[in-house]
Design a protein around this ligand. Structure first.
Ligand code: XMP
Length: 320
């Protein structure tokens, strides 16, 4: 499709709408995660065949602070008819005792498909619109490379799938999708990337609502402090920045009492496309504020905060 240096977002949008109008003649379903890719695909599909489109958002319980409410408001503003499935209880139940990263991703992916299939049966969709972009199928080992991590939005579609798949963004890279998002006034456009399985891959070890809540709070603190630091000109905003909860407990003191608490790692990287990355150098004053806030506000569960100084490679950006 469009070459990088001559990419014309308005033209791409218009062509996609026309193509979808010509292809989709029956009920279509799309899963929207609130991320830029699926939102752009949903908005384009809505413009093309809005009356036939069922847009499903699955609240897994692994979203960032206030994210579900923000996604619902953003899609409503675009005029999209959204079906929210509250599924946190089902996810925690399915993930009981699961700690191995790839196993975790598999369980999350499979449950997502099951929930989605139920929704598809309810509306009788014939078409499946997906926001797949080029790096999704390249990095998920489209026959050429090894699977590095099984990316949530590609792996695991059932083999007996009878839906016809429509992928309007399949040939595009992230910067092109962001350009389209800006053109369509989608607010999510400038947000940092967020993995499909969400905070589940930032909660190492056992997944419990309490541990995920710690990660949610810690991620919110990292975002607030980095964004404030960048706005004040004290640092450059990294490409991606977050916190993860490690399966490591250590001894500390809480008041006068010995505590055996958990460990949060702060991760921040510079990158172009996520394929490789350099860890970001962050002023110690900002790291210190983050450490104090996390250990003070996250209800005594965390007594140690560390900063990750690993590039990709050899590390990946996420910890799982
Ligand atoms: P890694 O950890 O592999 O991540 O260095 C590279 C980029 O991809 C994001 N990521 C995902 N995105 N589904 C996604 O859509 C996933 O399953 C997934 N896992 C990781 C990660 O946040 C980083 O930006």
């Amino acid at each position: 499709m469009a070459g990088l240096e001559m990419f014309d977002a308005p033209e791409f949008i218009e062509e996609s709408i026309q193509q979808m109008k010509a292809t989709i003649d029956d009920v279509a379903i799309i899963a929207c995660s609130g991320g830029v890719d699926s939102t752009v695909a949903a908005v384009i599909a809505n413009k093309a065949v809005g009356n036939l489109l069922h847009c499903v958002y699955v609240d897994t319980g692994f979203m960032r602070k206030n994210e579900t409410e923000e996604i619902e408001a953003m899609l409503a503003e675009q005029g999209i008819n959204l079906i929210t499935v509250k599924a946190a209880d089902r996810y925690f139940e399915a993930l009981k005792g699961v700690t191995e990263p790839e196993h975790k991703r598999k369980v999350i992916g499979e449950l997502f498909i099951r929930i989605f299939e139920d929704e598809q049966k309810k509306c009788g969709a014939k078409y499946l619109v997906q926001g797949t972009i080029a790096p999704d199928w390249i990095e998920s080992g489209g026959g050429v490379r090894d699977t590095i991590k099984s990316h949530h939005n590609v792996g695991g579609l059932p083999e007996d799938m009878t839906l016809e798949v429509v992928e309007p963004l399949r040939e595009l890279y992230k910067d092109e999708v962001r350009e389209i998002a800006r053109e369509l006034n989608i607010v999510v456009a400038e947000r940092q990337p967020f993995p499909g399985p969400g905070l589940a891959v930032r909660t190492l070890g056992e997944l419990t609502p309490e541990r995920v809540e710690v990660v949610r709070e810690a991620c919110a603190i990292v975002e607030e402090e980095f964004e404030a630091g960048a706005a004040a000109g004290e640092m450059e905003l990294p490409w991606q920045y977050f916190a993860a909860l490690l399966p490591v407990r250590s001894v500390g003191v809480h008041g006068d009492v010995r505590a055996y608490g958990e460990t949060v790692v702060v991760r921040a990287v510079r990158s172009m496309d996520g394929m490789s990355a350099r860890y970001s150098e962050i002023p110690h004053s900002i790291l210190q504020k983050i450490s104090t806030r996390i250990t003070n506000t996250v209800k005594g569960a965390v007594n140690r905060v560390v900063y990750d100084i690993t590039h990709k490679p050899p590390g990946t950006i996420e910890w799982e």
